[in-house]
Design a protein. Structure first.
Length: 115
């Protein structure tokens, strides 16, 4: 399927005469303090696409990354680090942990991920 761009609209390949409004994705990145940051400093992200939201958390060595923990990860340091899609409940607990540094929220997010 090929889509041709024309200014603010895209054309439908099946009906090229009818322009379709472009759907844009909105990315929100969250950093160490739980506030919005650049992608290069993010540990979590929320992607709003059409009418749905998708949540992702930075995983390292198969577990939620703990930016306040012993192992300090530099974002481009390790190939074992990646974003993993999670539920809203896990995402909310992780963001609360980033904001408050309360380990209970981190543990709650980890336990929920194990289910």
């Amino acid at each position: 399927m090929t889509i041709k761009r024309t200014s603010d609209f895209i054309t439908d390949p099946k009906n090229p005469d009818k322009p379709v409004p472009e759907v844009k994705e909105n990315y929100t990145f969250y950093g160490k303090g739980g506030n919005e940051v650049d992608e290069s400093e993010a540990f979590a992200k929320c992607v709003a696409y059409k009418n749905a939201e998708h949540f992702f958390i930075w995983f390292w060595k198969g577990d939620l990354h703990d930016p306040y923990g012993v192992d300090i990860l530099r974002r481009n340091q390790n190939m074992l680090a990646k974003y993993v899609k999670v539920s809203r409940k896990i995402f909310d607990n992780y963001i609360r942990y980033l904001k408050t540094k309360n380990k209970a929220f981190y543990n709650s997010a980890r336990r929920e991920k194990m289910r």
